[in-house]
Design a protein around this ligand. Structure first.
Ligand code: FAD
Length: 445
């Protein structure tokens, strides 16, 4: 009698360099791949609208690739622990393998599932597939975790180098009769009424094959200009790999392996380091999306929310060209260049005096790369309340930022040609008000 291996896919929607999948292949029993759509009942944060669009297409691509290789890929919906438990019983699986997640509720859920299955005699193993360095392995001299990036990254680089990526399997053997699967369309991950995803379709092709193509293209064509042009939103010099990493279509080990073989990749790799730092910070501070990392910011005197101002920011109707261009790029493509993310976030927090959490929620819903770590980590970084954060009184001036990083105005004219020209706030006055609010907070300490 066979005892199949279940590979539980989560944020690792790929075949190449997938250690959980590799372990299942090595076990030499039929493989059942599964993805569980949890409705949030386990305390997990549900993906936002743009991320759900990406998830739909990435799952469709992965399922096709698994099937082409002779495997089965199931979709099941419901509370994760119950779904996995039932699938093990139904298929008489002897093993369940997965790649680790690092958010608080995810870890709690996975630990519970692991313990329950082991009690039933099922082999359960988890693997490192999403981060180059496990969060508990990077420690300061006094055995604490790092709160400043530069020594953090230095410590990472002093550890044994990340392992080589694992090859992509050519064949997968599923059970003779495939267990039932949901229909992906029934999950309704795609927007319908209205269908706002036209810009996403124009911009992206989710799935592992397209991720590999983009990595190759970036390393060959764009990496040489990365250091000098990465801050210019119109230059097209960055990798656009963030959604690929978010959904695990591309493993950071593959990226590391391929990029370290190129000349001058240090700066690019240190950006991957920021991703690691964000995830390590979430591991040590699971409430990153809701609580100030620096507790003194709990006393920040946010004024009462003016919904019309928040709406003007969301729609790209602030009358500040670089801000409006960024917010319109985001709405249309599900993406925004990093420099512009910093400028739009700073404008919301410091010129509109709106709590960073409102901005984080909007990005969560509209970014295809929104993840549990990088999004709140960076919002807190801009707000000044986070790890190794920009100081609060560093207020980006969006006009000067545009002069410096969009000299010829290409980015603004691409995205904000027809935006309003009358600013909703005075940049100088609001900057002063923000600094005064910051002083009030400091005095409240
Ligand atoms: P590249 O410049 O090519 O960088 C390569 C990779 O490094 C990126 O794909 C990303 O995985 C990682 N990276 C680069 N910068 C950062 C950073 N500051 N923090 C964490 N990882 C980084 N990134 C996300 O992946 N998801 C988010 O939800 C997210 N939200 C953000 C919110 C705000 C307010 C800000 C200021 C930044 C946010 N970022 C987020 C970080 C950054 O803007 C994006 O990772 C980057 O723009 C993606 O473009 P790229 O892949 O071309 O980057």
């Amino acid at each position: 009698m066979t005892s199949p291996s279940i590979v539980w896919f989560r944020d690792d929607l790929r075949l190449a360099d997938n250690p959980a999948l590799r372990a299942a292949i090595d076990r030499e029993e039929p493989i059942i791949a599964v993805y569980v759509l949890d409705d949030g009942s386990s305390g997990l944060r549900m993906p936002g609208g743009a991320a759900r669009w990406w998830l739909h297409h990435s799952l469709a691509s992965l399922r096709e690739r698994v099937t082409e290789r002779g495997g089965v890929f199931l979709l099941r919906q419901g509370p994760t622990a119950a779904v996995i438990s039932e699938l093990v019983a139904e298929t008489r699986a002897g093993a369940v393998f997965w790649n680790r997640r690092y958010g608080g509720p995810e870890r709690e859920l996975d630990t519970g599932i692991k313990a329950a299955l082991r009690q039933r005699g099922v082999e359960v193993r988890s693997f490192a597939g999403s981060l180059l360095f496990e969060p508990w392995t990077v420690r300061t001299g006094s055995d604490t975790h790092f709160s400043v990036f530069t020594p953090f990254w230095r410590a990472c680089l002093a550890l044994p180098a990340p392992r080589d990526p694992l090859p992509e399997p050519r064949e997968l053997h599923g059970p003779r009769t495939a267990p039932a699967s949901d229909d992906l369309d029934d999950w309704q991950l795609l927007p319908t009424a209205p269908d706002w995803a036209g810009g996403l379709r124009e911009t992206w092709e989710p799935g592992e094959p397209a991720a590999r193509v983009r990595l190759r293209e970036f390393l060959e064509e764009d990496l040489p200009h990365y250091d000098t042009a990465r801050d210019e939103p119109a230059a097209g010099a960055t990798s656009l790999l963030s959604p690929r990493l978010r959904w695990g279509e591309l493993s950071p080990f593959t990226l590391w392996h391929d990029a370290t073989r190129q000349e001058g990749a240090g700066r690019f790799l240190s950006e991957i380091g920021w991703r690691e730092f964000a995830w390590h910070t979430l591991f040590h501070f699971p409430q990153l999306a809701t609580r100030n990392l620096r507790r003194e910011f709990d006393a920040f005197p946010w004024p009462r929310l003016k919904p019309t101002r928040l709406a003007a920011w969301q729609r790209g109707e602030t009358g500040i060209p670089l801000v409006d261009a960024g917010m319109r790029e985001l709405w249309h493509t599900g993406f925004m260049h990093n420099r512009v993310r910093m400028v739009t976030a700073s404008f919301l927090i410091k010129n509109l005096l709106i709590d960073w959490r409102r901005g984080e929620e909007w990005f969560w819903d509209t970014l295809v790369d929104a993840d549990d770590a990088s999004n709140p980590f960076n919002w807190q970084w801009v707000a000044g309340s986070g790890a190794d954060a920009a100081t609060y009184f560093r207020v980006f001036n969006p006009e000067l930022q545009a002069k410096k990083f969009d000299r010829d105005g290409h980015y603004v004219s691409e995205w904000a040609r027809d935006a309003p020209t009358e600013p909703i706030v005075d940049l100088g006055e609001t900057r002063k008000a923000a600094l005064a609010a910051y002083e009030t907070m400091r005095r409240a300490r």
